[in-house]
Ligand binder design. Structure first.
Ligand code: AMP
Length: 120
């Protein structure tokens, strides 16, 4: 599998500070911010700062420090958003997964009772 990163994607622009975001948490390796079209009371996106297109790309090629930093951001987002009653973590991937932005991101969605996982 070859992963071709496009540095003009919208999350790359957010990381470069070219467009604003509502930051929830940031560390050396990851940034978390509110989704611009929230699907639930809590809808936060967590992205690595490195140029990874998808979950499988990140899992294969990110360094242990990058992966640890990303998971630390997941923990902090869950703590800061108080999703103690539960949440859903989603990483849509490529065409079948209906991924719109080609920079790896994990959605953390919660704050209300969600429906079953797949609608189709
Ligand atoms: P996906 O289909 O998994 O690639 O989801 C991309 C997500 O990015 C969608 O939920 C969008 O609402 C969200 N999004 C797109 N542009 C922005 C932005 N500028 N700031 C925050 N979230 C965004």
């Amino acid at each position: 599998m070859e992963y071709d990163y496009d540095d003009q994607n919208i999350f790359a622009k957010i990381l470069r500070g070219e467009i604003p975001n509502k930051t929830v948490y940031e560390n050396d390796h990851a940034l978390a911010f509110h989704d611009i079209q929230p699907q639930a009371p809590v809808h936060v996106l967590i992205i690595p700062k490195g140029p990874y297109v998808s979950l499988d790309h990140f899992a294969r090629d990110a360094s242990p420090d990058e992966q640890a930093g990303f998971m630390q951001a997941v923990a902090e987002v869950c703590r800061l958003t108080n999703v103690d009653d539960g949440f859903r973590a989603i990483s849509n991937t490529r065409t079948h997964g209906v991924q719109d932005v080609p920079h790896y991101h994990m959605h953390i969605i919660g704050g209300r009772q969600l429906g079953r996982m797949l609608q189709d």
